[in-house]
Design a protein around this ligand. Sequence first.
Ligand code: BG6
Length: 486
Amino acid sequence: MLKICNIVIVGGEGDLAFRKLYPALYSLHRENLLADCTKVVGFGRGNFTEDSFKKNMRKWAEGSEYVKEVDDQTWSTFCERVMHFVGDATSPNDIQRLQEEMGPEEIVFYLSTPPSIFAPICKAMGAAGVVTESTRLVVEKPLGESLASFNVINDTLFETFEEHQIYRIDHYLGKETVQNLLALRFANIFFEPLWNRTYIDHVQITVAESVGAGGRWNYYNESGALRDMVQNHLLQLVCLVAMEFPARNKADDIRDEKLKIIRCLKPIDSASVQTHTVRGQYVEGSVNHELVPGYMQEKDAQDTSTTETFVAIKAEIENNRWQGVPFYLRTGKRMAERYSEIVIQFKPVIFKFIDVDPNAINNNQLVIRLQPNEGIEMKMMNKVPGLSEGTKLQHVGLNLSFEEAFEDHRSPSAYERLLLDVTRGDQTLFMRSDELRGAWSWVDGMIDGWERVNQVPQKYKAGSTGPDDALGLLIKDGRRWQDFSG
Ligand code: BG6
């Protein structure tokens, strides 16, 4: 039985709604994953007419890489469930009016608005009397810029909603390849015995973007790579790689295990920030053979800024499984390529072939390609075929491409998965308050450290792999970053 609930997008005339949410909802409709009576409501200020709103929706659905097809017939049935509602979401009267138009079904409110207006919107919902036990609230990042500001936003939500009603989005958790991390680890027998400090030398997580901060400079400048990407997406990846088996495959059991990892992260403060982190800011360069401006030349840029557009971190998890295994994280804008990848670097074999140059043996590597060219590659030593004297070995990859292996399957967008889970009432892929508090507290320590020792970003050329010191972060440990394997 599909759950009937109405989905109200507050900020429904905004960029995120058109680019991601409506295309995802259209795909769910197309796959018959929404209940017949479910309405999709775009709650906005009235910058669109009913007609131009739907036209714009269609334009974005047609342009979405995840939408399989927009045919007239399916589009017209989708439009039957779409409502463009003009009003002020901070006004209890308007919210009541909305509910009268929608009827008694459960409501999912998706706040696609700046967090600064979460408080008046939630208050208005409370005052309008539309919030029941089964009402759900979805909120987008940025949820704060520090532990203190996160707590303020969160407390605001708690005035009207309870934890079980709040769905905090980290869209990385909705990505197919990210969900597959748990399947990979827990549904295959051969990883678990090796998944620890005895066999793993270190882990690398890279989320590289080729786009710059242009177009949202003011937001980005307040945030920077650490808050924008590491506090949420990269830390969630660390958790999924490092966590223990959950007691059950249930939202809170999984989130309990992730939380334990966050709590075991060794603090990075003013004493260690210079040896454990590298900050960078891009200057003019070329990406994909195109000349692009530096961060300080982007539209809306101010005169000076010490915001980092790149960060590399040596993170350490102080628990029994991972003690002594660094997790090297890096993310940046205007890098040479857009890719997200996790590399599990295994330790060397203990006994080497006598007639093989020991230096010619590369250690095993498991590469998990999150995007693009989604897949998994296991790099291992093989004998090169032939009659040459002595044994010649070569490092080659067992390569699983998801596109080839699952050619009949469409990979849904992260937002399809997340929106569907909200309608089903499944919080597994959403962040709990305590996870976010832990993540902010770790990040706050680093930011405080940067300020205390005045660690400013180093310049790196757009189209490069980041500042030189990011290479140094690994070189001084006798290691090096892996190039993109895709
Ligand atoms: C967002 C960040 O959360 O994630 C953006 O705010 C970033 O700065 C984006 O570009 C990256 O997401 P994806 O899915 O393109 O890797």
